[in-house]
Design a protein around this ligand. Structure first.
Ligand code: GTP
Ligand code: MG
Length: 364
């Protein structure tokens, strides 16, 4: 770590005399970063999203210990186009019917056994909300997923959150499969949907393009098997792997405060295996994992790669989207959480300070 004084000294040596208010041009910042061997990142949002995706989940040590892991599949699309109904049909459940106002408000994570190659294979599905207010959840869902399933209602066509969901999937660099839903309805026009999708750059496989599109009815279950088979084929091509025999790391997909249980967070394990008793740090929160619950609310002792799990035992509610990691001791966890909190505080100060204007006193 380099102290502030050292950097000030360096600036003086270059003839730059900062006083109370230090205004650094981009060039000076670059010069300082080069001197101290720090990577310069221009913080434009698309770049940041790319960086988040590229951020290595696997370490070099994992590479010769990789095992196949279940695919994580995120269902996205415009409000009411039938995302939850599709998952209900796949899971033989009735979540959509019990939702307040018929609208999904959080990310649901479910493990499903899908028959493929003559045997049941585990898949993890994330159901995201389609309402325009929940864009951050769609972005998050796209970031942790291996494949995006975009649901478009054939009687309603491409709508604002359809386009938004496609953009998230593209930004995350994941393959897209389109489910054209509600083909049982009067006024359903799946060909029109395919035409409109091709005009925004998603060319159906059927027409020589590279995007698989399956016409389904989530309500009646029509062609859902075809859709699942397509999903399994695309996942197989990706050769999804992780090292289950190491400390877990992954992403928080939801978090909140439960009156009796305290902070509760849903994690997706992306590498390693999370175990009861592990010490985790996630964002500004940390703690010892007191209990783990699977997607059916059943207590479990551990969760391996791709598996969603509810975690109890954190000192605070982390932010959805935070990454989590198992560390060696509570002291390390506390230290990392605190330095993360400091970092976030500085980020907020920088944001307030605006373009290039950093007051030294505001950093104190
Ligand atoms: P949000 O989560 O709020 O974005 O909605 P959603 O995309 O999950 O839609 P949901 O599954 O809640 O379905 C919305 C409505 O469409 C419900 O009344 C469903 O019964 C109906 N629906 C879903 N799929 C089909 C279908 O294939 N055919 C017909 N006729 N109705 C469907
Ligand atoms: Mg829904």
């Amino acid at each position: 770590a380099t102290s502030e004084g050292e950097i000030l000294g360096y600036l003086y040596s270059k003839g730059i005399k900062p006083d109370g208010v230090l205004k650094l041009s981009k060039d000076v910042v670059k010069m300082v970063c080069e001197e101290y061997d720090v990577e310069v990142i221009d913080a434009d949002p698309i770049r940041v999203e790319e960086m988040a995706k590229k951020k290595e989940i696997l370490d070099d040590d994992d590479l010769d210990k990789l095992e196949l892991r279940p695919p994580v599949l995120t269902i996205m699309g415009h409000v009411d186009h039938g995302k939850t109904s599709l998952l209900d049909y796949i899971r033989r459940s009735k979540v959509a019917a019990s939702e307040a106002g018929g609208i999904t408000q959080g990310i649901g994570a479910y493990r499903v056994q899908v028959p493929f190659d003559g045997k049941p294979q585990t898949c993890v599905f994330l159901d995201t909300p389609g309402h325009e207010a929940f864009g951050a959840m769609r972005a998050r869902g796209a970031r942790v997923t291996d494949i995006a399933i975009i649901v478009v209602a054939a009687d309603d066509g491409i709508q604002p959150q359809t386009t938004e969901a496609i953009a998230h999937a593209k930004a995350a660099g994941v393959p897209i499969i389109v489910a054209i839903n509600k083909i049982d309805k009067d006024g359903a026009n799946p060909d029109r949907v395919m035409q409109d999708l091709s005009s925004i750059g998603l060319m159906p496989e059927e027409w020589g393009g590279d995007i698989p599109m399956v016409k389904i009815s989530a309500l009646k279950g029509e062609n859902v098997d075809d859709l699942l088979e397509t999903v399994m084929l695309v996942s197989e091509l990706q050769e999804l792997k992780a090292n289950p025999n190491r400390n877990a790391k992954g992403t928080v997909i939801e978090a909140g405060l439960d009156k009796s249980r305290g902070p509760v967070a849903t994690f997706i394990v992306q590498n390693g295996t999370l175990k009861r008793g592990d010490i985790v740090v996630c964002g500004e929160a940390f703690g010892k994992v007191r209990a783990l619950f699977d997607d059916k609310g059943k207590r479990v002792d551990e969760a391996g790669p791709s598996i969603p799990v509810q975690v109890i035992g954190l000192n605070n509610v982390p932010l959805a989207g935070d990454e989590f990691e198992v560390v060696g001791s509570l002291d390390i966890a506390r230290e990392q959480a605190e330095s993360r909190a400091d970092y976030m505080r500085n980020e907020r100060i920088m944001e307030k300070a605006g373009d290039g204007m950093i007051t030294l006193s505001s950093l104190a």
